[in-house]
Structure formats: C-alpha cells, structure tokens
Design a protein around this ligand. Structure first.
Ligand code: M6R
Length: 610
C-alpha cells in the first residue's frame, strides 16, 4: 500500500524523507518519489523499484531545501512506472500532490478537466487532484482553499499532501478513508501516512480524521473540516517502539493482515457494486463480459490458498450462472494435455501474480486460444501483464507468508464476477440486489468475528500440542476446511487435513480418538443436520471438537468441546466469514509454539520456481 511522508522546518528535507520512506517499505510498493521546492521552483525525483534506488538517483545533488514530500506507490490505476509514480504536478509545475487511496470518480473528473484544457500525462487517478486544485488556484483561491474545494468534488478515499511554489511555507494535508498524521517538532513539523515514518523524529502526533484538512507550517498547524468548520486538534504522545509500529502495532504481519480484513475486503468491492442494476462493474473485464457469459465452460487455475479460493468460486459460478466450472492445480494443468479452446474462459488466480506454475499454465492456455483472465493482487505482476484482461483484488500488500486477507479478497472478487455473469444470464434483479446487500454487510460481520480473538487464543492454548488436526466442512465450507488445514500446517508444522465432512466415514474416521481434534464448519445452512450427524460420529469415538457455528445456534454447544459463533450470511459468502476463526486459530497455535509466523520454514511469499 502507498506511503506518505513530508517535512517542513530548517533542516535539509531529503534525508528525512528518504528515512521516512524506508520506514514505510514494509507496506510494499513498486515505485517511490520525492517532491521539493528549490529556488522557488517545484522539483520532482521519481524512481521505480526500491527507495534505495531513488536515494541513488538523488545522491550527489546539493538539495538544501527544508520543505518536501515523499511517496511510495503501490500501483492501482496504471502500471508501476516513473510517470505514474508520485508526486504528480500541474502544467506549470507549481503544485505537487502525493496521494494514498482511490479517487472513484476520476474518469468523470478527468474528462471534464481535459475539456477545460488541462493536460494529463499519467494513467493515475491521483493526477485529477492536481489539475482540480490548479483549476481553483487559477480562480484566485489560496492553496488551502483550492485543495478544500477540490476535495469537495472528489468521491473515494484519500490521504493527500500538497505543496506549491507559490506558497512555499506550508504543506496542506487531508484525509478520508486513508490515514494521515502530523508530527509536531521544534521549529519543524512532519506529516505521514503512518506514525512509523516519524517516530525517530517526534513522539507528538496529531491524527487527522476523515473529512479533515490541515495547513502545516514549520512552527504551527491549523485544521478545518472540508466544509470549512474550524477544529481544535489534540496532540497525542506516542509510546510505541519502532519495531512495533512497522507492523502497525501488531506483533506479526500475519495478525495485522487478519485484522485488516474488514478494510481489505472493502477495498476489493469499492466502486464495483451497481446497486440500482443489482450487478457488479469490473473495469478490467469491460468488453469481455459477453464472451465470458457465453463460455461453454469456465476453468479456474491456481495454487495453494488461491486454489482454495478457486474452489469456492466454482461453487458460486455453477450455482448462479449455470456455466460448468472446473478448478485445477496450475502445476497439473500445465503438464497434462488439457482440452481447451476458444469457447473456454480460464481464470488464473494469484496473490503475487508471480507464481511460476500459474504463469506457465496461463501461457499454455493462451497458446490454445482460451480467454485468459487474471485475478491478481499485485498490480503490474507477470500474471496481470500476461492475461488478456482481469480483475485486481486490491487487498493491499500481503507480507506474511501465510495468505489471509488475499483469500477473503479473492472470494469477494469471485462473488463480483459471479454477480456480473449471472445477471447477464439467469439471476433476477431482486436476487442481484440481495447479494449486493449481503456483500456490503461482510466487513461489519468480520469485525464482530475479530472480537473473538481472545476466545480463540484460549482454544489455541488447549490444542497447541496436538500432533494432528482434521478440518471438516460441506458445500461452500469444504474449501474453507482445506484452507484452515493449510493455514495450520504451514505456520505451526502440525499435520492437518481438510475433508468434506461426509467423506470422513470413507477413511479418516479410522484416525479419530481422544487425541484427534476435529474442527467442524457447522453454520446453520442447508447441510446443517448432516453436519450434526458427522459431529455425533466423531463424539462417539471420543474425538475432541471445535465447531464454527451460527450466532443463534444453541444445539451444537452441548455436543462439542468449544464453539466459535459467527454471524450468518447467504451460503455463497459464508466462506468469507467462516475462514476468519481458522486463520486466528492457526496464528495463535503457531505463536504459542514459539514459531516464526511470518516466515515459516521452507516457504516463500512468492513461489517463482516450479
Ligand atoms: O501468489 P499466489 O496466490 O499465486 O500463491 C499461491 C500459493 O503459493 C500460496 O497461496 C501459498 O499456498 C500460501 N503460502 C498459502 O498461505
């Protein structure tokens, strides 16, 4: 995710900006840039790749200026190039803007600005902000007022910092849905998207709230709402250590990423739901919708967690579109002789976009003439570039090796793709709207589940020394059982298997005794009674049971050792909720065993080898 840092004071700003940007590197990014005002003129330095490469580019230049802003960009709109990197600037190069977030109405604004004579050079949504601010400056407004008026026209999310050579004694910052803080120093002030960028300079922090804008000078700051109401901001003393805050205060990236899921799935659905029409809008599939809907077959290809998301996708697609769907391991698909052709649509699912098996399967499928679509997190990655079209999941950088938030975002994107195709086929307007309503209710429901963290930690304590685990689920929850087992084995090194619950009697039941914990996914759905029978079978053999049940269920409580109660939703979306307790359970067991949760042995975040 993008990062923001800025300085105004008496020191040279560049070393401070570079250090701040380095502190933000953990968030993941693909380009970096710095903007300053030197001898009355705006100057911009940008580089794709690492902050150290930007540092090398700037090194050797005598930049004494005490005012500057810096940015790390994680591409969303437009590839990771120097042109698309921030800061963005206006035609006269007198205004510089850095921005985190997504301007949802950028296409409309861009069109209007172009017809008023503004010239765009990047593919980003951010560039509209610069020209919009410029348009108000040209009308005679101050920088502060110009930014404020501009933001009143914007839909979406932003954390922004703006400087101008016309008013070189200030930085204007504003926030909506993307964090922005002001760091208070002595004859110097700082701004950043994350306290970690500032903590080595100051512990005095002002947190901007959504809809607030501030003018930051070297010895003062003042804030208003974007509708121009004055506000008093409190200065907070931050006591966290550098190490803690680089993980946003969490002890591990994995926990941070689990906790981020209400927000990461919001980002996956943002701007993509058409309420009135009861369908989804996916910019990356425009022009391909009919071809997908007319496919004779849809194939989903992926590895690991992404493959599990694909299994859930298969259930959704077949239930709602009537198009036959298959899911294949990319590593198998690439080496057999798959019968595929022009009438097939193939979805390649990958968080990293770099998984070698998935990439090779994509190249093979393309050669055979199928429509190849990517569902990828990392913008500009190989799978994203190689696919004919696709959808970014927008989960933000996932650093922990065990995939968590990418999985739930992949599920959201599958729901959106399903909605889009199904509405072109057999799904009614009313049913489309019901699905949208349920999708939108998920972040709040996840927040509720995350509050069970302490309860789940206690369960983890009880089971941390187990040598084996069975995860059992049916229907949409069968892939979740597989994912729960994968999470546990990869970070805790406990042997775990996922099974369709009804398959238990065909073999795994032989393993059950008092030492075998079984995790049942048992929400109140159409197979509830069947799952109850499976629970009875395990109980009869003295197996220990943890059950994930619906909030209002009081039947299973009496039958099992532990219940974890989660809110209900429609069947197709239940995996988005039911996987969360399993992520937390695996996390706590691994922590209690003293293992390296973020970088488990033998595993890499991006598997670029066969
Ligand atoms: O980046 P990808 O989604 O293509 O990665 C696929 C798998 O390597 C990945 O999901 C792996 O299984 C994770 N470590 C699971 O947590």
């Amino acid at each position: 995710m993008c990062g923001i840092v800025g300085y105004i004071g008496e020191k040279k700003c560049v070393p401070i900006l570079i250090e701040g940007l380095k502190r933000l590197e953990y968030r993941g990014y693909d380009s970096a840039g710095i903007g300053t005002i030197e001898d009355g003129e705006c100057k911009v330095y940008k580089k794709t790749g690492k902050v150290s490469q930007l540092e090398d580019k700037i090194n050797g230049r005598e930049i004494k200026t005490p005012l500057g802003i810096g940015h790390t960009r994680w591409a969303t709109h437009g590839a990771p190039t120097e042109t698309n990197a921030h800061p963005h600037f206006n035609g006269k190069n007198s205004i510089l803007v850095i921005h985190n977030g997504i301007i949802e109405n950028y296409a409309t604004l861009r069109k209007a600005l172009i017809s008023s004579g503004f010239n765009f050079i990047s593919e980003t949504d951010t560039e509209v902000l610069v020209h919009l601010i410029d348009s108000f400056k040209k009308k005679g407004f101050s920088l502060f007022e110009s930014v404020r008026y501009a933001l009143n026209e914007v839909e979406g999310t932003y954390g922004i910092a703006v400087i101008s050579s016309d008013e070189p004694d200030k930085i204007i910052v504003a926030k909506k849905g993307s964090p922005l803080v002001i760091g208070i120093g002595d004859e110097e002030n700082f701004i950043a998207s994350d306290v970690s960028a500032l903590i080595s300079y100051t512990s005095q922090i002002v947190y901007l709230e959504d809809g607030e804008i501030a003018e930051v000078k070297k010895d003062s700051f003042c804030a208003k709402t974007i509708s121009a109401v004055d506000i008093e901001k409190e200065i907070h003393e931050v006591t966290m250590s550098l190490d803690e805050i680089s993980k946003g205060g969490y002890p591990h990236f994995m926990l941070k990423e689990i906790m981020e899921q209400p927000e990461s799935i919001r980002n996956s659905m943002r701007g993509r739901l058409l309420h009135k029409e009861g369908t989804a809008k996916l910019g990356g599939l425009v022009g391909f919708e009919d071809r997908i809907a007319d496919s004779k077959r849809i194939i989903i290809t992926a590895c690991g967690t992404s493959w599990h998301a694909g299994l859930v996708g298969e259930y959704m697609i077949e239930q709602f579109t009537g198009i036959p769907c298959e899911v294949e391991y990319a590593s198998e698909f690439r080496y057999r002789n798959p019968i595929i052709g022009k009438d097939d649509t193939i979805l390649f699912i990958s968080q990293s976009g770099e998984t070698a098996d998935t990439l090779a399967a994509l190249k093979e499928a393309k050669r055979r003439g199928a429509l190849c679509l990517g569902v990828v997190n990392v913008v500009g990655s190989s799978i994203a570039r190689e696919s004919e079209a696709g959808v970014y999941i927008h989960a933000g950088p996932e650093i922990g090796v065990a995939s968590t938030k990418a999985f739930t975002s992949q599920l959201i994107v599958f729901a959106l793709i399903t909605l889009l195709i199904a509405r072109k086929k057999q799904l009614s307007h009313v049913d489309g709207k019901t699905i949208i309503k349920e999708i939108e209710s998920l972040p709040e429901k996840i927040e509720k589940i995350l509050k069970l963290n302490d309860h789940i930690e206690k369960i983890a304590e009880e089971f941390k020394d187990s040598l084996n685990f069975l995860y059992l689920g049916r229907g949409y929850n069968f892939p979740v059982a597989l994912e729960g087992a994968l999470k546990l084995k990869e970070i805790s090194y406990i042997h775990a298997e996922g099974y369709p619950a009804a398959e238990m009697k065909h073999g795994p039941i032989a393993l059950i005794d008092k030492n075998m914990p079984c995790v049942f996914l048992a929400p109140s759905d159409s197979v509830y009674e069947k799952i109850i029978s499976n629970i009875e079978e395990v109980k009869a053999r003295k197996g220990r049971i943890i059950a994930i049940t619906s909030e209002n269920d009081d039947k299973i409580d009496k039958m099992v050792d532990y219940t974890i109660k989660i809110p209900d939703t429609i069947r197709m979306l239940m995996p988005v909720l039911s996987v969360i307790p399993l992520q937390l359970l695996a996390y706590h067991i691994a922590v209690k065993k003293g293992l390296n949760v973020d970088q488990p042995r033998n595993l890499a975040k991006s598997v670029t080898v066969e």
